[in-house]
Design a protein around this ligand. Structure first.
Ligand code: PLP
Length: 464
């Protein structure tokens, strides 16, 4: 209805990135994959300018070019959502609800599931924690990201059962089964990640759902690391709730999602009390809205919602191409790192486990933070180091190592801004580091490791 009126606006062009065949990767590189806003970024290093090797997608991704274009289009008519009758407000409100429908398709939502726009996965779980019925027992593995592990303890009623970090799938399922058999709460919720943000391992979600449902428990799936790489289907999998973040899904405009069963969400107090969450406010009381609006108090983040929907549409359409590309890169990354003497990659369930493109590794005798600094300063490679907001998991993984194993790890994570050449560069840089240490002298200060003269300290103008 609005499309015709907007058709006169200048169209924006999309330039899909063409991957150039390089080295062993030619088969994976001949596809045309969606480009990102960060493609072609060149960064200073001690060895001269380098194409930025973005191997940190598990933290945050750049926007897809088509997402940025959708945002730009949204801004032309940007106005209030559900708060005005002007043309721009009507267009904006319509697009906000269409974004919700697109997200619902992306996650295979059931007819009566709610899709609530939040800020992030952390926000989504805090919302769900507040809406659980009284006397709900939550069962969660200690291996979860802190955002998925911690919000349940903040409730005023109900227990939280934290299961140890499992080292086999069979153990994990058996422990879950026993915990659920012993649960005495009126309701039980199992919370689990689809893919680990540390090891990239994909958890057996359908088996977990089967165990949970056998005990009458519901399942909440943290898809923050899964959704960027694999399909999520609520209806087919039986998962009851799902949460994920736009900034990890090529849509870094401040929106996340909590979706799933409507009953608990509709029965709970609004997450944010205020305008938008109300159906009626009178002298004698307040009637809260039902549906997603009940938990979306305040003016909605329509830009974030549209961005997320645009990313969902592209990822859904290109899922197979993306999976092939990432799989080829991930295999090369893992094999490359595993062959370097003194380098250890880490996993929960063993070498053969199914994984997305996330690898945690350590180098004997080298502090992980020094490794990530040297990769950045000398090679133009972006990775993350530390415990990745999953302290119990990283502690368990690194406890396997010998004396002298670092207490933190380095994480390389792949996505659409990663190139085959970036993976090759990482593998050769890590080979160099493991054999002879960093090429520069670094000292540790309050801000972490730094070389004597840091090539990355540049006087960039502010973006505004
Ligand atoms: C598996 C997992 N869950 C939850 C989160 C929290 O996501 P956010 O910071 O977007 O709330 C992360 C972030 O790294 C994650 O990797």
């Amino acid at each position: 209805m609005y499309a015709a009126s907007l058709a006169t606006a200048e169209p924006l062009t999309t330039t899909p990135l063409t991957r150039r065949p390089q080295g062993d990767f030619s088969a994976a590189c001949t596809q045309r994959l969606p480009g990102t806003t960060a493609d072609g970024l060149v960064v200073p290093t001690s060895r001269g300018p380098r194409d930025y090797a973005n191997l940190d997608h598990a933290a945050s991704t750049p926007a897809l070019t088509v997402v940025a274009e959708a945002v730009e289009r949204t801004l032309r008519t940007y106005a209030s959502v559900h708060r005005g009758n002007g043309f721009a407000s009507r267009v904006t409100s319509e697009w906000y609800e269409q974004a919700r429908e697109e997200v619902a398709r992306f996650i295979g939502a059931r007819e009566d599931d709610l899709v609530v726009f939040t800020r992030t996965t952390t926000d989504s779980w805090n919302l769900l924690a507040r809406t659980l019925p009284a006397d709900t027992t939550v069962v969660v593995f200690a291996s979860e990201h802190h955002s998925t592990l911690l919000p349940w303890g903040t409730r005023t009623s109900g227990a939280t059962v934290t299961l140890p970090v499992p080292r086999t799938v069979e153990d994990g399922l058996a422990w879950l089964d026993s915990a659920l058999a012993e649960s005495t709460g009126a309701h039980t919720l199992v919370v689990v990640s689809g893919a680990s943000n540390v090891t990239g391992e994909v958890w057996p979600v359908e088996q977990i759902v089967a165990v949970a449902h056998r005990h009458g428990a519901r399942v909440a799936l943290d898809a923050a690391q899964l959704a960027p790489h694999r399909a999520v289907d609520l209806a087919a999998s039986g998962v009851d709730y799902v949460a994920f973040s736009g900034h990890k899904l090529y849509a870094p405009y401040g929106a996340g999602v909590l979706a799933g069963r409507a009953d608990w969400l509709d029965a709970a107090e609004p997450y944010l009390v205020g305008g938008g969450a109300t159906a009626r406010v009178g002298q004698c009381g307040i009637t809260w809205a039902t549906g997603a609006a009940r938990h979306e108090g305040g003016s909605p983040n329509v830009v974030g919602a549209v961005a997320l929907a645009a990313a969902c549409a592209v990822l859904q359409e290109r899922r197979d191409d993306l999976a092939r590309y990432e799989h080829t890169l991930a295999e090369r990354l893992r094999r490359g790192l595993e062959q370097i003497p003194g380098v250890h990659t880490h996993s929960l369930f063993g070498a053969g486990s199914d994984r997305v493109g996330v690898v945690a590794f350590t180098i004997d005798g080298l502090d992980s933070s020094l490794v990530s600094t040297a990769l950045s300063v000398e090679h133009g490679i972006g990775v993350r180091d530390g415990k990745f907001c999953a302290h119990p998991l990283v502690d368990a993984l690194l406890a396997d190592g010998d004396e002298g194993t670092p207490t933190t790890a380095v994480r390389a994570s792949l996505g659409l801004a990663s190139r085959p050449e970036h993976v090759e560069r990482l593998v050769s840089a890590v080979t160099e580091l493991a054999a002879s240490g960093p090429g520069l002298t670094y000292t540790r200060g309050p801000q972490g490791w730094a070389p004597e003269s840091d090539p990355r300290v540049v006087d960039l103008p502010r973006p505004w």
